[in-house]
Design a protein around this ligand. Structure first.
Ligand SMILES: [Zn+2]
Length: 478
């Protein structure tokens, strides 16, 4: 196990921060050992039994009814619980915020090999849960605590722990940690199934106590890297048969339905996600080709001094897209549209050739996917580049995604007084206005700013005028 880990680290350290390639967060691993999981299980079982003895283990009637109904619908299923996704961001986001680092290892043939529910090798030996990584900029998000672990189904808290350091990067070096880290465990309404939420942020764990009920989607804590973990992620694990006194272990259940999943005959997700789920973490424009990024090291500080959306003619622009689940052999194309929406530049198709992954397995399988990959392009603008809002686009997995940037726009514009008889766009990177837009039909004004439009107290758009403000970016036509 240790030797294999070193192989993987050499590959990661070999990547300078500014090149394109596989990101460090492509492969978060928790290294929870069987012994550590057994310790959690024993605590969970002990807590369940003491809650029962005290008469405090009481499920909500409607939750019990839902489980019973599910059992009637799918009598072949081992349990009657159906899970929602156990993670969500604080606010709605334009891009994806998670990727799957590891699935459950369902191989039973011995020490050396691994197999996930789909027959692939996206797991590590003995892994009993699902590792869900976060991004972009996993350490910044860990620090912000803005991605939550949420209860995947209603239930009762039967174990919780907080107070541990939460930025571990090396599973062999977790001094002062219990290994399991900050976590919550919930017993669900079948009185048998529990779900684990591991590696949470220090101080973020719900104030609710053992014995308290939670509803589906309730925040349990923020995603971090406490315990035996090499990067911010949620270890989500399902176990069953917890309430039988003769059972000391509990049995893990991989909730994903698949040919190689011997732990369940149906999906335990309300809506099962695809095995590979291509998506985009972020699209960025940078000044110059030496684009800042977080490094492959354990790093909570993110320098992004080159990141911007406003440029001038003659600038060289670095373009970056963070791709999730880039399947081997699939292509990504991209380019730039000018302010009129015409093709300005197109890059050749890029084909994934990830080769770093599955050397853990005795089969030494070549990698077939990049979990997180930053694809870089660049373009130098001529002196006569037309001013306005440009569009950086990428077509990935059949979907075109856009990012906007401006060239040759004013940095700021400030308006006051009466605006009358004007037509067209007032454009800048930021616009601040206390104007009165007169109510005449010839007065058709659009504020377009790349950064923000601030309509300060005093701003009036009188009925009769046509006024709009947007932050899509500045355009020509002042
Ligand atoms: Zn894990």
């Amino acid at each position: 196990m240790k030797k294999l880990l070193q192989i993987c680290l050499i590959v990661l350290i070999g990547l300078p921060a500014y090149t394109q390639g596989v990101d460090a967060d492509s492969k978060q691993l928790c290294g929870l050992t069987g012994k550590e999981l057994l310790e959690v299980r024993r605590d969970v079982k002990k807590n369940i039994l003491s809650l029962k003895a005290a008469g405090k283990l009481r499920f909500v009637e409607s939750d019990i009814a839902a489980v019973q109904q599910q059992r009637l619908l799918e009598p072949q299923a081992p349990i009657g619980i159906r899970f929602d996704w156990p993670m969500r961001p604080k606010n709605a986001e334009d891009y994806r915020y998670y990727h799957i680092g590891n699935y459950t290892d369902l191989d039973t043939t011995g020490e050396e090999c691994i197999r996930d529910y789909n027959g692939g090798h996206r797991t590590y030996n003995g892994h009993q849960g699902i590792d869900i990584g976060i991004g972009p900029y996993q350490w910044a998000r860990q620090k912000a605590g803005d991605i939550y672990a949420v209860a995947a189904a209603p239930g009762i808290i039967v174990e919780r722990h907080d107070g541990e350091f939460d930025r571990n990067c090396d599973w062999d070096n977790i001094t002062g940690s219990t290994g399991r880290g900050n976590h919550v465990v919930i017993l669900h309404a079948d009185d048998s199934t529990v779900s684990f939420y591991m590696h949470l942020k220090n101080g973020s764990v719900t104030n609710k106590q053992i014995g308290d009920a939670v509803v589906a989607g309730e925040i349990l804590g923020s995603i971090a890297s406490s315990g035996r973990s090499t990067g911010p992620h949620l270890h989500f694990q399902v176990n069953t048969s917890w309430t039988h006194p003769e059972d000391d272990k509990g049995f893990f259940v991989d909730p994903f339905f698949g040919q190689f999943n011997w732990t369940t005959t149906v999906s335990l997700w309300k809506s099962q996600k695809e095995y590979n789920e291509p998506g985009i973490y972020d699209m960025e424009t940078h000044l110059g080709t030496t684009m800042d990024s977080y490094t492959s090291n354990c790093d909570s500080v993110v320098s992004l001094s080159t990141l911007r959306t406003n440029f001038q003619p003659n600038n060289t622009i670095g373009f970056r897209t963070y791709l999730i689940d880039w399947v081997d052999g699939s292509q990504v194309v991209g380019g730039v549209l000018d302010p009129s929406g015409n093709i300005y530049h197109t890059w050749g198709a890029r084909t994934n050739q990830c080769t770093y992954w599955n050397n853990w397995c005795k089969y030494n399988t070549r990698g077939d996917i990049c979990r997180v990959y930053h694809l870089n392009e660049n373009l130098t603008l001529p002196a006569n580049a037309p001013a306005g809002t440009y569009t950086y686009w990428v077509q990935y997995n059949g979907i075109i995604t856009h990012h906007y940037f401006s060239v040759g726009c004013l940095q700021t514009m400030t308006f006051s007084g009466t605006q009358g008889g004007r037509r067209g766009f007032l454009v800048s990177n930021t616009i601040t206005s206390t104007s009165t837009i007169a109510g005449i039909s010839s007065n058709r004004i659009t504020y377009k700013a790349d950064n923000y439009v601030l309509l300060s107290p005093g701003f009036v758009a009188t009925a009769g005028c046509e006024f709009s403000a947007s932050t899509e970016g500045c355009t020509t036509g002042k």
